[in-house]
Design a protein around this ligand. Structure first.
Ligand code: ADP
Length: 248
């Protein structure tokens, strides 16, 4: 019963590291425009799953499809990125010595050789795109600030903005609110919710209040497989999930 709008299919994926099954017959289906949260204890396989989607890790068995016809397992990491699959790691990596706006300009060009010309003259359309992303991430007033002078939260939003400059179909976001203040977390929730619909967003996150505030659908990973899937209320009341989180 795969919905017509499925954009990402992982089927029967397994990965073994030195004899250890990090991913064990994993099935995951993500609909286009969805905002999905992936939770699960440490070592559950969340990072490895993201690595498989981006081509960083190759599974031993299984299939991974993007859209109806693209076999991700046949593509290299850069090829997968060029399909419009963007990943944001937990730690923000912005160009600290460049302004907020310059960071967005640089993110527009995947080819680093064009950077000097890009910074010299932007087309009106490029200006418009940057303005649009600045508005989305709420950093209009900070466009001229050096990125290194931003708060932790602002750096995270800038990095999301840098991914948006590539207009990705699928955004993979790793623990976006780690180290954020409550206010920054609320702002991040609004931002991620605003991206869903136009983009598909998959978030790995440990903060359960945050997960509850953003996701309609939560996937619980455990020992490399999907343990439960549903609304936050459904999965939190699932005896298997309670066992895994509280049973040690
Ligand atoms: P999570 O992100 O949910 O904490 P991971 O995907 O990082 O889980 O890890 C799943 C399991 O696979 C862990 O037990 C981890 O130690 C192991 N693992 C992950 N990457 C490697 C690797 N490159 N080599 C060996 N073991 C690994």
């Amino acid at each position: 019963d795969i919905s017509h709008g499925t954009i990402l299919y992982l089927e029967d994926i397994s990965v073994t590291f030195d004899g250890f099954r990090a991913i064990n017959h994993l099935n995951l289906y993500i609909d286009a425009g969805e905002l999905r949260c992936i939770i699960g204890p440490n070592g559950a396989g969340k990072t490895t799953m993201m690595d498989i989607i981006t081509g960083k890790t190759r599974p031993d068995t299984g299939t991974a499809w993007f859209g109806q016809s693209i076999d991700l397992l046949r593509l290299s990491e850069p090829e997968i990125a060029s399909l419009g699959i963007g990943r944001k790691f937990q730690k923000p990596t912005v160009f600290e010595h460049h302004s907020v706006m310059e960071n967005l300009e640089l993110a527009m060009a995947a080819d680093k050789r064009v950077w000097p010309t890009l910074l010299a003259r932007l087309t009106p359309e490029q200006h418009e795109r940057i303005d649009g992303v600045l508005e989305t991430i709420g950093l209009q007033e900070h466009r001229a600030r050096r990125a290194g002078a931003l708060s932790h939260g602002q750096k995270q939003w800038l990095e999301i903005g840098m991914l948006l400059m590539q207009d990705p179909h699928l955004l993979l976001v790793d623990e976006p609110v780690a180290g954020m203040t409550h206010q920054e977390m609320d702002r991040t929730a609004e931002l991620l919710k605003s991206l869903a619909g136009r983009h598909t967003v998959v978030v790995v996150e440990h903060d359960m209040d945050f997960v509850r505030s953003i996701a309609n659908k939560v996937t619980v990973l455990h020992q490399g497989s999907v343990l439960a899937e549903g609304t936050m209320d459904e999965v939190q009341n699932d005896p298997r999930v309670i066992e895994v989180y509280l049973g040690g």
